[in-house]
Design a protein around this ligand. Structure first.
Ligand code: ZN
Length: 468
């Protein structure tokens, strides 16, 4: 197998190479496309019409209502600007929550009734381990599904003040998020929205400047790569009896801006890690992240000279490798509170970086961006899973792979559901609204050519020993 290398520093001017080596991630494209046009680039309006049809059916329905009197609808009397809800979310519902009642139900292991677009369900949830054992927190994460509902999924985090949740059913993500505002009763105002109610309000940033090499393969080369992939998969499967959940320690940083923007930044950060664990704990990857949350660098990150222009460099500068090692942390994740002027909304130097001191850092923007990236929960979580994927050497789809990429199977995957929706796995670039949270795999959405999970499985022990 070819050894993967980044473009070495001596090939070009150092500053230029530094930027080229970094994985850039750009804005989102529409949630809907027609399935016949590539990458959601539909010019005939078909997609928009389909979107409108679905919206007209759900227009008058309450998006999410949590039963037992837990959620209480609010009239939309609050100014949208104080709620910090992106303009691209065309429809949303405001409500408050009896958080304590919800916590009591969760702790007592009771099923939670929920009505979604007028249909009643019951949430079947189990607590998910997200934080390092020494983290003392009253914030809990849960994962599960809707009872008796095929292909449903729930990821939820609850603190003493806020609830963050994503319920996927019928191919739509229904999301609950907190706002910075409070009702007259003093409860934090939450809002819910559907992934289908998000419009494309900004252009996707052009990927032409992406440093990644564009390579096309002959039929003979493709056959060779297919054969290699089968051999790799069989090799991994033959070792399946020795599979074990690999612990990876991740330290989550933020800056003063995100702390002040959020009613409870810790709950949102923990929910992002819960989404990360929900993907990486799958049996074909088998990684569990253990998180610490660190505010000790918040002021330093806010005053770093590159906190707007290149936040990935800010985290590398402000959190020296010795700091990570002394805290026994494998990875540093910076959830940045600023609308950066950087070309993308997330970045990492990744697994193949020639400088080992830079491989362990990732930055993801939490703020709404002028591009179609909205900085809402699902955007943030997908971008985070994508960047952490690069830290384990997962790569993009064919044609957008790193020039040094040597694994034939290490690619993102695209498919069409119900002859309508084109979807992509999480490593697809640019990160589209139609990207899912899912890592490509021969066991899920993917094939021998598109098996990012296999590559993550192969590199996990190396990443898990970074701090040792
Ligand atoms: Zn990428």
């Amino acid at each position: 197998m070819q050894i993967k290398v980044c473009m070495p520093d001596f090939q070009k001017n150092k500053t230029e190479v530094k930027n080229e080596n970094r994985k850039r991630h750009v804005g989102f494209k529409p949630a809907f496309d027609c399935g016949t046009h590539r990458n959601g680039l539909c010019s005939d309006g078909q997609c928009r019409r389909k979107n409108t049809n679905i919206s007209s059916i759900t227009e008058k329905l309450t998006i999410i209502k949590i039963g037992d009197g837990i959620s209480e609808a609010m009239p939309e009397t609050t100014e949208k600007s104080s709620l910090d809800i992106p303009d691209s979310i065309e429809k949303y519902d405001l409500f408050t929550l009896d958080i304590q009642k919800m916590r009591d139900l969760l702790i007592s292991d009771k099923k939670i009734p929920v009505t979604i677009d007028g249909v009643s369900y019951s949430m079947n949830l189990s607590e998910m381990e997200v934080n390092a054992p020494d983290v003392k927190s009253q914030t809990y994460s849960y994962v599960g599904n809707l009872e008796d509902t095929k292909d449903s999924e729930v990821v939820l985090t609850i603190s003493e003040r806020v609830l963050i949740a994503r319920i996927n059913v019928n191919g739509i993500d229904y999301v609950i998020e907190s706002t910075p505002d409070k009702s007259k009763s003093g409860r934090i105002i939450h809002y819910s929205h559907r992934s289908t109610d998000v419009k494309d309000d900004g252009s996707s940033l052009n990927t032409e400047e992406d440093y990644l090499a564009h390579k096309y393969y002959s039929d003979e080369e493709l056959k060779q790569r297919d054969d290699e992939a089968k051999i790799e998969e069989e090799r991994i499967n033959s070792k399946s009896s020795t599979k074990s959940l690999t612990p990876v320690r991740i330290r989550v940083f933020t800056d003063n801006q995100w702390i002040s923007d959020e009613p409870d930044w810790l709950a949102k950060a923990q929910d992002i890690i819960a989404e990360l664990n929900n993907q990486f704990q799958r049996s074909d990857i088998f990684i569990r992240f253990y998180a610490h949350y660190d505010t000790s660098k918040a002021s330093a990150l806010s005053s770093d000279s590159q906190h707007i222009t290149s936040p990935c460099d800010s985290i590398i500068r402000q959190v020296p490798i010795e700091y990570l090692n002394s805290n026994h942390e494998d990875i540093a994740l910076y959830l940045g509170g600023y609308d950066s002027s950087y070309i993308g909304i997330a970045a990492t130097y990744g697994y193949d970086c020639p400088n080992p001191l830079q491989r362990r850092y990732a930055w993801v923007q939490m703020k709404d961006d002028p591009s179609s990236y909205d900085g809402v929960h699902e955007d943030r979580a997908k971008a985070t899973i994508h960047e952490i994927g690069h830290i384990f050497d997962a790569d993009h789809q064919q044609g957008e792979q790193s020039s040094g990429q040597g694994e034939s199977y290490n690619r993102a995957y695209q498919w069409t559901e119900n002859l309508i929706f084109t979807k992509q796995t999480v490593m697809w670039t640019p990160i589209l609204k139609s990207n899912t949270f899912e890592v490509s795999s021969n066991d899920y959405h993917g094939d021998y050519y598109c098996n990012n999970a296999l590559r993550i499985y192969e590199t996990k022990n190396i990443v898990a020993s970074y701090a040792n």
